[in-house]
Design a protein around this ligand. Structure first.
Ligand code: GLP
Length: 244
């Protein structure tokens, strides 16, 4: 359960990133062949910078580590600068000693998304499941691309993006029309079955989503609220997100 001591309010983005990165660095040291669940977006970028520094300083070793990413736009080419595969290579994988063959991001150009999603879940399970899952949160409370709605889906699946998510993510594309309308995302089962979850929340535009999580209520209209039930979850946020 999400207890008060697991909500760590940091001065700013940099402190939040360093402290959250320390949880990952400890995990990697304790589990040299562990499995990371990774996320994209501006929230985790600072963590990746810290982990690169730690790797370069010889404090952590990625050589035995595997990673599975949460989500990817659909359709999108992996070489597209806004694809999550490109993001991960650029922000982390190209700068640490991880074997790229051990890094998995949903395939944004697969011909049969349903078959792909099923195989992705099977692959994660066969690898032993995610040891530590990094998460950001959307302004509307989405996690991965599990968007608010009457129902949430357990398995990895193809989903349509909310208009508000298209708006929020259009800042990364040339025009709003260029934002893919769909994505492949791990579902709630995949996220909640990680042994440990680390959520990072930064900036006042995330205040509402953070408050929904901290309110003590559960709603599928803010998928982030389901994290409360997890037995080993940490929330690192900055003062801007906490105070609004
Ligand atoms: C995206 C991703 C999420 C991410 C969220 C917030 O749509 N699918 O995994 O957590 O938006 O992104 P940011 O951290 O850039 O605000």
């Amino acid at each position: 359960m999400l207890t008060k001591d697991r909500v760590i309010v940091c001065k700013d983005y940099d402190e939040m990133s360093r402290r959250a990165a320390d949880v990952f660095a400890d995990y990697i040291r304790e589990n040299p062949t562990g499995i990371l669940g990774l996320a994209t977006g501006s929230s985790p970028e600072g963590i990746y910078t810290c982990l690169i520094e730690d790797n370069k300083a010889g404090k952590i070793d990625f050589s035995g580590i595997k990673s599975y990413n949460l989500d990817e736009y659909y359709p999108i080419e992996p070489t597209h600068e806004q694809s999550y595969r490109y993001f991960m290579n650029d922000r982390l994988f190209d700068h640490v000693n991880i074997d790229k063959a051990n890094t998995f991001v949903p395939d944004g150009k697969c011909a049969d998304p349903d078959a792909f999603c099923k195989a992705y879940d099977e692959q994660v399970a066969a690898a032993g499941g995610v040891g530590i899952q990094l998460l950001g949160v959307g302004r509307n409370g989405h996690i991965g691309f599990n968007e608010p709605g009457d129902e949430l889906i357990g398995a990895t699946h193809l989903t349509a993006l909310c208009e508000s998510t298209i708006d929020a993510n259009s800042r990364f594309f040339e025009t709003r029309d260029d934002v893919p309308r769909h994505a492949i995302t791990m579902g709630m089962d995949g996220i909640l079955s990680a042994e440990c979850i680390v959520l990072v929340v930064s900036g006042k535009e995330k205040h509402e989503a953070l408050m929904m999580l901290l309110s003590g209520k559960y709603t599928t209209n803010a998928p982030v609220t389901l994290l409360r039930s997890h037995k080993n979850v940490y929330v690192f946020c900055d003062e801007a997100a906490y105070n609004g």
